[in-house]
Design a protein. Structure first.
Length: 148
């Protein structure tokens, strides 16, 4: 089961990254050209948050129920914090990903409540952009899976 979840989690990241980039580029274009914040922008924000939430759900199942790395880390958390690879998965990855996803949600919510189209675009670009940078910073790019 863990392998299937890991594959889903790994492949879904590409969908999430694509939607995040599309949402940012779309709002950046709208902001710079002073275009209305339309249904496409709203849908991209919705798809971004839904995809991020599904990714988070899969990640939480891996973290709390199936990951041997996390189980080993919680056996001796002090020692785990001294091992960069284990610390990455036990603390850094999950914490930064949650912060990034929260920023996506805040951006979507603030854009929805903003009083002008320019402000909606600007808020979307800022929050989605910061969230994306954080997420990109903690994706295990090409890292081999630790075995326990």
């Amino acid at each position: 089961m863990e392998q299937g979840l890991l594959h889903a989690h790994s492949w879904l990241r590409w969908v999430l990254l694509l939607i995040a980039v599309l949402a940012i580029v779309s709002s950046l274009g709208g902001w710079l050209s002073k275009k209305p914040f339309n249904a496409t922008h709203k849908r991209l924000g919705l798809f971004l948050t839904i995809t991020a939430d599904v990714q988070l759900l899969i990640g939480l199942v891996l973290y709390f129920f199936t990951s041997a790395i996390i189980k080993a880390a919680f056996q001796d958390f002090g020692a785990a914090m001294k091992t960069p690879e284990i610390r990455f998965y036990a603390v850094e990855h999950i914490l930064v990903m949650i912060i990034g996803i929260v920023l996506f949600h805040i951006g979507k919510s603030k854009a929805k409540k903003a009083d002008s189209d320019i402000k909606k675009h600007k808020l979307s670009v800022m929050y989605y952009g910061i969230g994306l940078v954080l997420i990109l910073s903690r994706i295990p790019w090409g890292a081999e899976r630790l075995e326990f």
